[in-house]
Design a protein around this ligand. Structure first.
Ligand code: UDP
Length: 324
């Protein structure tokens, strides 16, 4: 198959490209390298079954050609990360809404299947646990910037479902919960690479709030397997699936584990949310996916434990000697 991956030089996109390449597919990537990095895909660049267009997904001429030439599209290009959401709200909203609109419009023109990657942010600050795909969304006011990300991705989902309903376009929507692993950078706020780099550099581990908030972390390899299997499952079309891990860990506990596993002498420093992000920032206390649906359809069963996940990130930073 000829696979088009938007955002293919990013953290998740590059792992997806690598896995699909391993499975003998032809891979085309489109990425403007705003948060993606060429280093992420450098081992693929010389393959005859790989090519990259360093372009914005808003460039219709380029996208028209790429979509017309592919058999399936994995749409991962997006502005993500709490720091971008706080500091560059215009780019976040525009990239997410206009980018997805472009992908769906062209997919519809050439009748290509699209895998949309959405987010657990969709559920907003609902305190329900775990989140099921059809649960209500609970959002803050539009004056609180943070909710623009959730809303922009919700528009993406609405549009994808609308194309499916009205034009019979084949779409699968995946809501990714916290996904971590090698190549993720802490530059845009993601907690695990930040803690690992802080620990390796003997800097304080910055725990925001009181650290009692929990998250469920999934290894990127588990997430990529789920994306590919869902793409290959015809009955997934027109549906939404949570993907992630359902084992919660508090952020303070995560910091302690990272400190222990790196034998670091870093202190743990509590930083109030107002200082870490912006005044009035609202964080989710708990976020757990209900994975019943994806397990039932494709037998999804994440393999990586939290310790294996942390180790894979530590090994990456030790080997690559990277800092953010
Ligand atoms: N966090 C933290 N210290 C950091 C970065 C993040 O304590 O240096 C917290 C953040 O406030 C959130 C959790 O870690 O409660 C996960 O943050 P991340 O940005 O990785 O993902 P989110 O779940 O917020 O999308």
């Amino acid at each position: 198959m000829r696979v088009l991956i938007t955002g293919g030089a990013g953290f998740i996109g590059s792992h997806l490209a690598e896995e699909l390449h391993k499975r003998n597919h032809f891979i085309n990537i489109v990425d403007n390298l705003s948060t993606g990095r060429l280093e992420n895909i450098e081992h693929l660049i010389h393959s005859p079954r790989f090519s990259i267009a360093v372009e914005s997904i808003l460039n219709e001429t380029v996208m028209d050609r790429l979509v017309s030439e592919c058999d399936i599209i994995y749409h991962l290009a997006a502005s993500v990360g709490v720091e971008l959401i706080v500091n560059k709200p215009v780019e976040v909203i525009e990239t997410n809404i206009l980018g997805t609109e472009m992908v769906l419009k062209l997919a519809n023109r050439y009748l290509k299947k699209v895998i949309i990657t959405s987010t657990s942010e969709i559920y907003g600050k609902s305190d329900k646990t775990p989140f099921k795909e059809n649960d209500d969304r609970v959002l803050g006011p539009t004056t609180k910037n943070r909710w623009s990300y959730s809303s922009s991705k919700a528009i993406d989902e609405f549009l994808a479902l609308a194309y499916h309903k009205q034009r019979k376009l084949e779409v699968v929507i995946t809501r990714l919960f916290n996904t971590v692993g090698p190549r993720q950078t802490g530059q845009y706020g993601m907690v695990l690479p930040r803690f690992v780099v802080q620990a390796l550099k003997s800097q304080p581990l910055t725990v925001y709030g009181d650290g009692n908030q929990t998250r469920c972390f999934a290894h990127v390899n588990d997430v990529v397997d789920a994306l590919i299997t869902l793409a290959e499952t015809s009955t997934a079309v027109g549906q939404i699936f949570n993907i992630g891990n359902d084992q919660p860990i508090s952020i303070l506990e995560l910091a302690k584990k990272v400190k222990e596993m790196t034998s670091s002498n870093s202190e743990i420093k509590f930083v109030p949310y107002d200082i870490a992000y912006e005044e009035g920032f609202e964080d989710m206390a708990i976020r757990i996916p209900d994975l019943t649906k994806v397990k039932a359809l494709i037998g999804y069963n994440p393999k990586y434990s939290i310790d294996q996940i942390i180790k894979s990130v530590i090994d990456y930073f030790l080997i690559e000697k990277l800092v953010y």
